[in-house]
Design a protein around this ligand. Sequence first.
Ligand code: MG
Length: 326
Amino acid sequence: MKKITGIIFDIDGVLYSGEEAVDGACYALNLIADAKIQFRCLSNTTRKSSDSISEKLKDFGFIIPKENIITPAVVVSKILNLMDIKKCFFLVTEDVCDDFYSSGLISDEINPEAVVIGDAGQNFNYERLNRVFRILIENNRYNKNKSIENNEVFFRKKIIVDKSTNKNGYSNKNNMAKSEKKDENMTEIRTEHINSVPANKVQCKQISFFALEMDKYWMDKDGLSLSAGPFIKGLEYATETNAYLIGKPSLLFFNSSLSSLGKDPHETLVVGDDIITDIGGAKNAGISGALVRTGKFREDKLISSGIKPDFILNSVSNLPEILGLK
Ligand SMILES: [Mg+2]
């Protein structure tokens, strides 16, 4: 193995487990920092913002700035900025929205350019899920039609969704109400809009559908609880669309961490307690993986996965030894 100059740590189950820091974890991280080995913390959590995670880690004795904490919300914010998308329907917890708003994204539940779903907890209610369902199924329908009717449908779609916009770009609700009642008039009015709405005012992109994670369930204080996966799968099933997965084990998530570190895969090590999402994801990205026997580690899962970690450590406290720091 080449010299390791960058480390990607999973957080839950590696740095802390339950409500306690893993024994020796703080000391190990200090040794690693002293050796000038850069690291990032990569978490699949979609309930907390990077700032909240940083604060929680501080309670356990870890001083890790939020800029070094990478979550699916942080990564999707960067992607949306690159896509020049600002208006999103967020079906997430309030806390995680900090990462979206601080990167310039705004909430728009009427005319979104993207739908972003994480583990929303109590926000997964029928009303909100159904609103997302309607947006996605409308989007799916008009994109299917697009291939037949060409780009014009995009322009028409905009006009149907944005009821406050008339041919001059100003509010004219009566006009739109009339057009919706009389279908034969609608084409005429729409055509007028098509001819008069400036191209840069028209939403001519497909609405993007992002899943921050797809976990089935997680262990809450009072027992196993549904995570985002079952709700996202349900929306995919109902709308015949597929969400784009951001979190682990997606290749994109690991590549984002490498990019944040400024490292290549061969000089980086992933340390995690999940053989599939952490170590499997790392291997898929060409990064070495060290599995720790803390957190959710289970011997039978390791065997049945067929994945071979480069290292198996009793805990993260043993990491300095394999890095030659002890
Ligand atoms: Mg973990």
